[in-house]
Design a binder for this molecule. Structure first.
Ligand code: AP5
Length: 210
């Protein structure tokens, strides 16, 4: 099963991709995580990407398409995968069409107001990428899986969140139309309670699992 999770920053793409990947035993391919790792390791790609990510813009298509191609060529993708945060422009979607056959696209829809609240409270584990929210942490400061101190992402400041939302609406939202035209798009309401969103997403997967 080859799946794309589409949606604005903070829609819950990472959270739900992680859950479905565990349930279906397929890898979660997050271009954001790959880029953050490259920055932490100080690679050439990381150096190119850092400024774009810090100010909330998209990393150039040429860089991200190359990353996705390399990742999708790995053995663990043979049984399927979930793309989380890729493609993010029409050029990326066209490049993906040349190397992969996508079964369906889950579009997680959430309003800007909800997103600003959510991302301001998001905390992440820099080691295993687990995602948390301060409302559910009860003061805990360490990752429950690997016990690493959790942090706030640099691009989760209020100003950068607003910029990321602008970038999403200009460059990524056109993909809704792109995948609707090929009849692959299924939208779920991402603004309701987390467990209820998971249930909706799970139903979409079950309907496509033959
Ligand atoms: P990336 O890491 O992909 O960030 P993003 O798309 O902005 O998405 P997020 O990770 O912020 O949100 P999410 O939808 O995964 O939400 P999450 O599950 O964490 O990209 C970062 C940067 O890298 C980009 O800005 C760009 O510069 C670059 N980049 C990456 N890919 C690129 C590409 N293809 N092309 C060019 N540049 C690229 O949830 C958010 C929070 O909400 C969490 O705290 C979660 O617990 C909470 N939450 C989720 N759902 C619910 C719910 N229903 N109720 C309550 N809380 C909820």
């Amino acid at each position: 099963m080859n799946v794309i999770f589409l949606g604005p920053p903070g829609a819950g793409k990472g959270t739900h991709a992680q859950k479905m990947c565990l349930e279906y035993g397929i890898p979660q391919i997050s271009t954001g995580d790959i880029l953050r790792k490259a920055i932490a390791e100080g690679t050439a790609v990381g150096k190119k990407a850092k400024e774009f990510m810090d100010n909330g813009s998209l990393v150039p298509d040429s860089v991200v398409i190359e990353i996705a191609k390399e990742r999708l060529a790995k053995d663990d993708c043979q049984k399927g995968y979930i793309l989380d945060g890729f493609p993010r422009t029409v050029a990326q979607a066209e490049a993906l069409d040349k190397i992969a056959s996508i079964d369906f696209v889950v579009n997680i829809a959430v309003s800007d107001e909800v997103i600003v609240k959510r991302l301001g409270g998001r905390r992440v584990c820099p080691n295993c990428q687990a995602v948390y929210h301060i409302n559910f942490l009860n003061g805990e400061t360490k990752c429950k899986d690997c016990k690493t101190e959790i942090i706030q992402r640099k691009d989760d400041s209020e100003e950068t969140i607003k910029e990321r939302l602008k970038v999403y609406s200009k460059q990524t939202a056109p993909l809704i139309d792109y995948y609707q035209k090929s009849d692959k798009l299924i939208s779920v309401d991402g603004a309701i309670a987390l467990d209820e969103v998971t249930e909706q997403v799970r139903k979409v997967f079950e309907a496509h699992n033959d």
